[in-house]
Design a protein around this ligand. Structure first.
Ligand code: DQA
Length: 144
């Protein structure tokens, strides 16, 4: 299983950006812990502050990955172009947010991406990414 995590604008500043909302870990450190935790999953990570680069990455990913975890950050609330790219590609995209966007400012409540995503995970801090990886895996059923 090959999964690509795509992070949008300002997420390169995780660790120092509004730590009361986004935590104090860098994404690089968190990503290393994810790789350690999910040793059977081939995880890759791409970050860009540019809308077009995120779209290019989404297009290219469909030939190389089984699924995408996308935190489009502020573009979630503004970008029809990224939403169209998510719709256009053939592999599943799970939308992720570190914060609970529904509990924040009104302009963060709407996602252009969500209707074209497989699902949305928000509000669990960096753990949202971990939960998104789990959503791609076949977990054993728990006995009733
Ligand atoms: C975010 C939420 C967005 O509203 C915000 O613009 C971000 C990060 C999150 O992960 O909580 O940059 O996507």
């Amino acid at each position: 299983m090959k999964i690509l995590i795509i992070n949008g604008p300002n997420l390169n500043l995780l660790g120092s950006r509004e730590p009361e909302i986004y935590g104090s870990s860098t994404f690089e450190d968190y990503f290393s812990s994810l790789q350690f935790k999910f040793r059977d999953v081939e995880l890759s990570h791409f970050q860009s502050n540019h809308e077009g680069k995120i779209i290019d990455e989404l297009h290219q990913a469909q030939d190389n990955f089984d699924g995408i975890i996308l935190n489009a950050a502020a573009y979630t609330h503004t970008s029809v172009a990224i939403a169209d790219a998510v719709k256009a590609i053939q592999i599943p995209v799970v939308e992720v947010h570190i914060s609970n966007t529904s509990a924040r400012e009104k302009f963060r409540h709407h996602s252009y991406i969500a209707p074209n995503a497989k699902g949305v995970i928000a509000g669990f801090g960096l753990k949202s990414y971990e939960l998104a990886i789990l959503s791609f895996l076949d977990l054993p059923e728990k006995d009733a």
